[in-house]
Design a protein around this ligand. Structure first.
Ligand code: ATP
Ligand code: BTN
Length: 273
């Protein structure tokens, strides 16, 4: 009940742009979609998660013009000014919770492909959850979920893409599609392309090796010299492959093989290997 009130008694600024969720038939988007558009939200992931707890059906999609508390991994702040594409997809995948990590890679593949098809810009992936161009970070994916024992009650795929922001509205190291292609993009058109591609790729959720092969093919640091930091430890080496759980295999500078399942990766300038 409290969740209900929090969602419905939004401040005027947080008002929903569509009075009722817009239900879009499956033929247009490949799935029957329930689209909720907001002017401002703290985080589309938070709202989608609350909707998940209230029993909203899968393919409920929450999109906001701006987020005041957009977040990335490890509660990192995600800058979400107007002009970007900030949205979350609620899914109820019938997989065990051990298989959840694959969703992030599947969503990254779908987003990359959809954006590349729509813009013709070369977009690549950086472990574990970034979409990048040669010049910087274009977007990121944040999957959050509710699990019971080993089952997934629901998962929220949060996707953030810098779309029509000018360079001065972007954080350091970030790029937008506008900056990269000198073209402005219609937000809902790209949203639709990403949802459509995600729905198509979800048919292969039980084929993790093909998901990871696609991810690896489009990975920007394959096989380059990188540095990975995790829990105050930094290692460098060459990323040689990725396994079905999304764990990176790093050949360290002293030629040992390390399996790395979390951390922040930076491409080193020398690019040896
Ligand atoms: P990175 O993804 O850059 O390697 P990280 O893995 O440590 O960093 P993430 O949670 O994946 O952290 O992403 C958060 C990072 O993204 C922050 O360092 C922040 O500077 C950057 N960032 C925040 N908002 C945006 C944005 N709109 N576009 C691009 N980058 C952003
Ligand atoms: C990252 O690079 O760490 C992932 C960033 C994910 C940002 C998106 S924007 C829509 C959704 N709502 C959030 O608060 N985060 C995700």
């Amino acid at each position: 009940m409290e969740t209900l009130q929090r969602l419905d008694a939004a401040s005027p600024d947080q008002c929903r742009l569509t009075l009722k969720p817009k239900t879009i038939p499956a033929d247009a988007w490949r799935v029957p979609l329930r689209l909720l558009k907001y002017k401002t939200l703290e985080s589309t992931n938070t709202t989608a998660y609350q909707l998940g707890e209230r029993g909203s059906p899968e393919w409920t999609v929450v999109v906001a013009d701006r987020q005041t508390k957009g977040r990335g991994r490890n509660k990192n702040k995600w800058e979400s000014v107007k002009g970007g594409l900030w949205f979350s997809i609620l899914l109820r995948p019938r997989i065990s919770s051990a298989k959840l990590s694959i969703l992030q890679f599947l969503a990254a593949n779908a987003t990359r492909q959809a954006l590349e098809d729509e813009t013709r810009l070369k977009i690549q992936l950086k472990w574990p959850n970034d979409l990048v161009t040669n010049r910087g970070k274009l977007g990121g994916i944040l999957v959050e979920s509710k699990t019971t024992v080993d089952k997934v009650a629901f998962a929220v795929i949060g996707i953030g893409i810098n779309l029509n922001q000018r360079q001065d509205a972007l954080p350091k190291g970030a790029v937008s599609l506008l900056r990269e292609t000198r073209t402005r993009y219609e937000r809902l058109r790209l949203l639709r392309a990403i949802v459509h591609t995600t729905a198509t790729k979800l048919d292969d959720l039980d084929k993790p090796s093909s998901i990871m092969k696609e991810w690896w093919r489009n990975c920007i640091h394959r096989p380059f010299h990188v540095q990975i930091t995790c829990h105050n430890e930094t290692v460098s080496g060459i990323t040689r492959s990725i396994d079905e759980e999304g764990t990176l295999l790093l050949e360290t500078d002293d030629h040992k093989v390390r399996r790395i399942s979390e951390g922040t990766l930076r491409l080193l300038d020398d690019q040896s290997g």
